[in-house]
Design a protein around this ligand. Structure first.
Ligand code: KIV
Length: 271
């Protein structure tokens, strides 16, 4: 029997409440209704319809070719499968370049079933965050290794190792919260820096390759299931299928490991 009826749906204000209560948040990416149902039934808190779909679903070498219609399509599918988890739709490359463009895409994502939108970076994106939040669209920021910056960064590289870069990350984390973001993804950041940013952050942080000191964790679903997507697996990835014994079991094992603080460990973190 589905457990949908037994659990309450997530709302945006509950993210801060969960953090205040010391509950670690478990997020996974998802792109279709059937997997979304498995995640929802297992009790995953947050589902990200990430532009990672460009790499793990569409087979591209980066996330850059993903279009607004792709995210809207997959968000609608996920929303049909997962009524309970908080759904976050990811802006694809270029779709959040101006406040007007971002609003147009965000309205499509919200109408497809998302409760929040995610964008990469700070700088000129602070204006976009403010613009959306003032128009009742909750925003998740994403800092550190931002995959849409792959051309500038020259690859998918850990960020914030040098002092100046670490200081910029600390300042950007405060700035996105000040602009109105309600959640912050930290990707590919040294564990000590991510823990420091989390301690200073007024909003919950979700780590991926950012060590155990964040308020929650996210993994790409294909990585959790050990699927070979043709891309190099970073060290923060863990295949939960072996210990879970089934797809639903793997999702439950991940949820439990995030909740208890058993995942990630130093082995999955950068110095
Ligand atoms: O697109 C995505 O899946 C993401 C996560 C890896 C955070 O941005």
């Amino acid at each position: 029997m589905s457990v949908h009826a037994e659990r309450k749906s997530w709302s945006v204000p509950q993210l801060a409440q969960a953090r205040a209560a010391g509950q670690r948040l478990a997020m996974l990416t998802c792109y279709d209704a059937s997997f979304a149902r498995v995640l929802d039934d297992a009790g995953i808190d947050l589902i990200l319809v990430g532009d990672s779909l460009g790499m793990v679903v569409q087979g591209h070498a980066s996330t850059l070719p993903v279009r607004v219609e792709d995210i809207a399509y997959h968000t609608a599918a996920v929303a049909r499968g997962a009524p309970r988890a908080l759904k976050i739709a990811d802006f694809p490359f270029g779709a959040d370049a101006t406040p007007a463009l971002a609003l147009e895409a965000a309205v499509r994502f919200i109408q497809a079933g998302a409760a929040m939108v995610k964008l990469e970076g700070a700088g000129h994106k602070l204006e976009v965050i403010r613009f959306l939040v003032e128009r009742e669209i909750p925003v998740c920021a994403h800092l550190g290794l931002t995959p849409q910056s792959v051309l500038r960064m020259g690859g998918f590289k850990v960020q914030g190792r040098e002092q100046a870069a670490a200081e910029r990350l600390r300042a950007d984390a405060l700035a996105v919260a000040e602009a109105g973001a309600a959640l912050l993804v930290l990707e590919g950041v040294p564990a000590a820096l991510a823990a420091e940013i989390t301690a200073a952050s007024p909003i919950p942080t979700i780590g991926i390759g950012a060590g155990p000191g964040c308020d929650g964790q996210v993994l790409v679903l294909h990585d959790l299931l050990g699927i070979d997507t043709g891309h190099r697996k970073p060290k923060f990835v863990k295949d939960f299928l072996a210990e879970g014994g089934s797809i639903a079991g793997a999702v439950r094992a991940y949820l439990q490991a995030v909740r208890s603080g058993a995942f990630p460990t130093e082995e999955h973190s950068y110095a």
